[in-house]
Design a protein around this ligand. Sequence first.
Ligand code: HEC
Length: 160
Amino acid sequence: MNRIIKQLIFSVVSGVFVISYMNSNGNEKAEAVRSEPPVKEISGNRPAEPAAKEHPGKAVYIKYCLVCHQASGSGVPGMFPPLKKGSWVGKDPKELVLIITKGLSGKVEVNGEVYKSAMPPQAQLTDKEIADVLSYVRSDFGNSFKPVDVELVKKVRSGK
Ligand code: HEC
């Protein structure tokens, strides 16, 4: 009986030791991670801006375009053309609206590279989302083209 109690106490105590050892290890790791300097924030010369000031088309881009055209607009060689400088992003906004609403297939040449793939239509987007996302890609990734007006999107969409 005595032996069983001793055994019990021993296993409870050693259990507590193991748990506290594991915990302290975990904490050390967590602290080590936290104590690394946030390099980006320090090197930037202005504080991070509130999300509200970001281009409204950026969120649309992240949700509907990034998966193929990538975060930097670089695309994926041989698969998804880039949206960077030299791409079709500077074309007639009417054509761009049609690419979004109808999709695109066939030969696409960007910066000397040929893509023969297919982009599915993104017709689930509202007129405003299309205007925003096109204006965004025309203003980022090294592009500086005029924004696309929501009235134009409406017109192209209604076939007028
Ligand atoms: C499923 C992948 C996919 C998604 C999502 C997608 N695209 Fe594309 N996109 C493509 C492919 C593939 C092509 C080239 C089609 C071809 O080869 O005929 C293309 C072509 C383009 C082009 C013309 C070529 C160029 O690189 O300038 C533009 C502009 C474009 N996409 C913009 C967008 C925008 C804006 C979105 C988000 C609203 C979007 N795409 C979402 C795959 C995608």
